[in-house]
Design a protein around this ligand. Structure first.
Ligand code: ZN
Length: 116
């Protein structure tokens, strides 16, 4: 019998919490056994290295997007403060809190991409 190795995907748990909504989170690499064969293990590591590289690229892009959004929000906030500090007595427009939603949306989008 081939040597069994602790599943590198689920760490031998047979389940992955991240995928709870799909098939009750059963690990598709070991099919819930918690172990894989040497061959399966090596195959997984090979594909995983590729996937990690892609993921790193995607994450870097998303981080840049998040940063850009955060910077935009900071700028908006600054502009708002500047406007408020201006001496001319004008009726303040209704405060728009949209900028907070922007950040929330960006962060939620980032988190939703849980280990794809
Ligand atoms: Zn597994």
């Amino acid at each position: 019998m081939e040597k069994e190795i602790v599943c590198p995907r689920c760490n031998g748990l047979g389940r992955i919490n991240c995928y709870k909504h799909v098939e009750d989170g059963i690990c598709f690499l070991c099919e819930g056994k918690g172990t894989v064969t040497q061959h399966e293990y090596e195959q997984y590591i090979t594909t995983q290295v590729k996937a990690d590289n892609n993921r790193a690229k995607r994450n870097a892009k998303r981080e840049a997007e998040l940063k850009a959004t955060a910077e935009k929000v900071d700028k908006q906030r600054e502009e708002r403060l500047n406007k408020r500090n201006q001496p001319k007595p004008k009726i303040e427009p209704i405060e728009q809190e949209l900028y907070n939603d922007d950040v929330d949306k960006a962060i939620n989008h980032f988190l939703e991409e849980c280990e794809k």
